[in-house]
Structure formats: structure tokens, C-alpha cells
Design a protein around this ligand. Sequence first.
Ligand SMILES: C[S@@+](CC[C@H](N)C(=O)[O-])C[C@H]1O[C@@H](n2cnc3c(N)ncnc32)[C@H](O)[C@@H]1O
Ligand code: SF4
Length: 410
Amino acid sequence: MAGPLPIGDPAPLDGSLPEQASMGSDSRTFHAYVHIPFCRVRCGYCDFNTYTANELEGVSQASFADRLIQEIKFSSSVLHNSNVHARKLTSIFFGGGTPTQLAAADLVGILAVLRDAFGFAEGCEITTEANPDNVDLAYLNELFEGGFNRVSFGMQSAVPQVLATLERTHKPENVAKAVAAAKTAGLQTSVDLIYGAPGESLEQWRESLEEAISLDTDHISAYALIVEDGTKLARQIRVGDLPEVDEDLQADKYELADELLGAAGFSWYEISNWSKTPANASAHNLSYWLGQDWWGYGPGAHSHIGGVRWWNVKHPSAYSGRTTHLQSPAAGRETLTESVRREERVLLEIRIREGISVEALKAVSADAAKIIAGLIADEMVDPKSALAGNLVLTLKGRLLADFIVRQFLA
Ligand SMILES: C[S@@+](CC[C@H](N)C(=O)[O-])C[C@H]1O[C@@H](n2cnc3c(N)ncnc32)[C@H](O)[C@@H]1O
Ligand code: SF4
């Protein structure tokens, strides 16, 4: 979602998909991502496709749900006309931006249209991201009554000084209130943390982890801060107003996260994600890592159906124009070759606890056996799983995942 859109091939305005999209679709699950591109203020580190009220060029937040509903109806006929196997939705994720900038009734209304269009599979996971500042019990009750079962709060840190560096506007105590309200409403809960804000000490990171653990959520994500080009944070670091992110300290922070979360009963299931039980792992995120099918609704959203990938126009105003005229909002698309799909599988599956099969690694690298032997010797992968045919990263391996991927894809 971050950064400029890829170039790709032109996408037809009627949305029709190439034949490859339908191939094998009965063996894949189907998921929906709904992008709500609004935030009250922009945090200094964030380059997600999101807009504050004065950047919207006349787009109405109040009627934005109608535009998304238009795309949902459009997608249902595109999939049908392109002979993609009809499947119920296995997970739905409302992300942003800040989905909770919209009225709860809007989110529930969009969900109802998704249900009418595709149906929900048994146990369908339905999540919204939320900013701890703009939800209360009444709002969360409305979401639960309308079918949502999970909420993920942007906590980032428990330390006021770190929140200020990140330009977060919420008060630390609002996170506990929001999580408590979500539990009262009956929702599963998750919080996002960020480690590595300039100037954040290891002790401050420990404080954030301990506070997040004390909230007793079902799930915690801990992301290493990415200094994105073009953000205010990147400028502040460039001109010397803030110190650079210290990479060695980042590794210590990851190790501390794994230690404290593990001791509190959380298990990692993806490099940046820990859950209380396997059932609390995010089914939606796993669908991305496992290369399933998903339709991404909204400005700048990406979709993937059977190796065909496309992305929508970025600005809400361009998106509104396309959907109002019943045209595909896609800005471009690409059809992945088998060899690119094999490489992407390595990039994504190596990150998850189930690991990636040695067969899949041999399909991308003639040196796979030699590389794996080296990784076992360097204690970066679990030797038992590797011998049983699956590569699973150790803690040391998780810290060096990018380096490991580069060896297989060299
Ligand atoms: C769309 S936001 C979550 C919902 C809501 N907008 C909020 O921030 O409270 C998704 C998450 O992405 C993560 N994120 C955004 N920009 C990031 C960056 N530059 N580096 C690391 N994580 C980032 C944050 O943890 C954030 O909670
Ligand atoms: S509130 Fe969330 S989406 Fe909005 S700018 Fe901040 S991190 Fe990005």
C-alpha cells in the first residue's frame, strides 16, 4: 500500500480478467481487503495511501461507502464473467488509513454488501483496524452486532516521548480503554507496536511491550520502523533533527519482543506477528503470505487472483470518478509468470512458522541443498524441520530473513 504504484500493463475498464485468474481457483480461498483512505492527521512516519480532510479534493467521506459498495458489486460480476470459481469469503480486513473515521453504520453496510455478493465461509474472520482515539463502546457494539469479530488497534508505543516522535496523537491510556471496550463488545483484539523510533531506548521498548502484554489481547504485531522516503520523519532524520535508526539496537529490540511475548504466552506465527493461540493468528494476513486470492477494494488497493495482480488508482477522487461511472478502478495490472510466482512464494512463506518446503526452494535454486546445509550450520533454521523437508527459521534466522531469501534468489 505504501509508496508509488507499480507501472504494469493497462487494465481494461470493464475489469475482465485473463484466463489465468480462473485456473485452479477452486483450490484457493477467497478474501477481501477494504481500504478506507482517511485519517484525522497524518503521523510523521506513515506513507500509507491516506488523506486528511483538506487533501480530499472534494471527495465526501460521508458518501464514500457508496463508492466501495459500487466496486464490490462490480467485482462480483467481473469474477463471474471471468469464470473464476465462486467461493465464500474466508476473511475480510478493513484497513487504512483509519477505517473508524467512517461511521460504524458505513462499515457494517459495506460488510452486508460483501455478504450478499459472496457469502461468508464458516468462521469468517472479519477485522477492522482502528485508531484508539476514535472508537467507544457504542461504536464497537455496533460493529460486533453488524458481523465484525476482530479489531486491531494502532498502539505503536506506551511511552509519551516515543509517541511524540512518531507524531501519534492518542494518549497512551486510551489504548487500554479501547481494548477493554472491544472485549466488552465481544471482539477479538490485537494491537500494533512499532519499535525503533529515533531516540527510543531498549528500556522504553520494554515498557511498551509490557504495557501491550498487560492489555491481555489475543494478538500483537511488532513492526520495525521503516523510514519511508518522502515522509516528515525521513526529512527530520536527513536534516539531523532526529537521530538515525540504530540497526544493532533494532535487533536487540526484536529479541526482547520475542522473549517477553513468548514468556507471556504468545507464539510467533510470522516474523512480525504473535498470537495467544493458533486460532488467534490473523487468517487474513496468512492468506497473503500463502498466495491465496483476494480482492482489494478502495483507492490504491491491490488485488491478486490466481497470479493476476492489479492495483487501483490512488487518489479517492480518481477512484470515485471511476466507480461512479461503473468503470474498473484498476490503474494497472500484471500477470505473473510461473518463475516469478515461485520466487514470491519463497519471499512470503519463509516468513511464517509453518515454513517453506525444501521442494519449493529447490524449484528456485540449484544450490538449495548447499544453502540449507549452511543455514543449519549457522543455526538460522531448525535442523529437524529441515531434515523433514520444511525450512523453519530460528530466532537468529528471523533476524536475518532478508539475507536468507537473497541466498535462494541470487
Ligand atoms: C493503517 S495503520 C493502523 C490503524 C490506524 N491508522 C492507526 O494508525 O492507529 C497500520 C499499521 O501500520 C504500521 N505502520 C505504518 N507505517 C509504518 C512504518 N513506516 N514503519 C513500521 N510500521 C508502520 C503501524 O503499526 C500501524 O498501526
Ligand atoms: S493514523 Fe495510521 S494510517 Fe493514519 S497516518 Fe497514522 S499510522 Fe498512517
